[in-house]
Design a protein around this ligand. Structure first.
Ligand code: GSH
Length: 337
């Protein structure tokens, strides 16, 4: 009998394939421009719960900033540690880096994110995931699916926003099909691929996932190396950048060692991806200021006891991300030849 708490069994112990299978999200409503909708776009009506560690929540934080929604949608980040009861809120004594890593301002008695899920739906059977978009007025969860939360943010608050933000179109019509097609393999092989590699409980499941992950990283590298840049689609920043960024920025810092995705790293093995990710991180505040490496490194290495029993967080890589004009010594030496 497996005695581990269910929530931390990333692969069902009865599943002989040893493959990690991500559950689909449960709350799938939409905020709408229409004032008569169940969830109309309004200032300071919705609260976003995130974790700085989580790549899916990170998408929502980036879009919130890019679209100038800071005054419209306040947020709270949970503490980076995820234990038997899932994500917990920081206490007021704890001082973790990053904006809004605080107790839950809406439910000061709640210690864990799961309490919001149970408060909204006492019989809830799904997982207690971030991001969670919460409606303060009706005390309901609007959505816990990041791919849909970001799309609401693209358009549904536009009538309330200044021109500058209204005009930012992250899913332009002429690129929509191409972005959707890219999302398919970026999500399955890269965003979720790192988890499939790291959570695998059989050699076969690991090798299958890691092989596919690197095939798709090669594909992204090829795309970027043939593209004028600086973004995935040339001079237009789009959803494709946001969805790829949250995995690539975590890659060298944690996935390479923790999830054993070590066929190559980004800084020495993927020059085009490396250039692209650093441009976003260093030159665009929505990407740089929402990236919290302490949360990222500590979360994975100290929450996954089945992967890292003693919860030791490796020092490296140093630095977590290279400056724009710096290369790893081997790459620098090559470029001098
Ligand atoms: N499909 C969801 C996935 C979200 C998700 O899995 N978040 C993770 C953190 S990276 C989580 O909160 N996991 C808690 C759990 O599974 O118990 C989305 O994109 O929003």
């Amino acid at each position: 009998m497996d005695k581990k708490p269910e929530i931390l069994n990333w692969v069902d112990p009865k599943d002989k394939s040893g493959e990690f299978k991500r559950q689909t999200s449960s709350f799938r409503s939409w905020i709408s421009k229409d004032p008569k909708a169940e969830f109309p776009a309004e200032k300071d009506r919705y609260h976003l719960y995130v974790s700085y560690a989580c790549p899916w929540a990170h998408r929502a934080l980036i879009i919130r900033k890019l679209k100038g929604l800071e005054d419209f949608i306040p947020f709270t980040s949970v503490h980076w540690h995820m234990g038997e009861k899932g994500w917990r809120f920081s206490t007021s004594e704890e001082k973790e880096p990053g904006e809004n890593v605080t107790p839950d301002p809406l439910h000061p008695d709640f210690t864990h994110l799961r309490q919001i899920y149970y408060d909204v739906e006492p019989d809830y059977k799904g997982r207690f995931t971030v991001p969670t978009l919460y409606d303060k007025k009706q005390k309901k969860i609007v959505s816990n699916e990041s791919s849909e939360i970001i799309r609401m943010f693209y358009t549904e608050f536009d009538d309330l926003l200044p021109e500058k933000y209204k005009n930012l179109d992250l899913l332009p019509n002429d690129l929509k099909d191409e972005i959707e097609a890219t999302n398919e393999w970026t999500y399955n092989d890269i965003n979720n691929g790192v988890y499939k590699s790291g959570f695998a409980t059989t050699q076969e499941a690991y090798e299958k996932a890691v092989t596919q992950l690197f095939k798709s990283l090669d594909r992204a590298e090829e795309h970027l190396s043939k593209n004028p840049g600086p973004y995935y689609h040339g001079d237009r920043l789009t959803e494709a950048d946001v969805r790829l960024f949250t995995t690539i920025i975590r890659f060298d810092a944690v996935y390479v060692q923790h999830f054993k995705t070590n066929l190559r790293d980004i800084r020495s093995g993927y020059p085009a991806l490396h250039k692209w990710v650093r441009n976003l991180y260093w030159n665009n505040d929505a990407f740089g200021s929402t990236t919290e490496f302490t949360h990222i490194k500590n979360h994975y290495t100290k929450s996954h006891g089945q992967i890292n029993q003693f919860a030791i967080t490796p020092f490296g890589p140093i630095p977590n991300i290279l400056p724009l004009d710096e290369e790893v010594p081997a790459a620098k030496a090559l470029s001098k030849k």
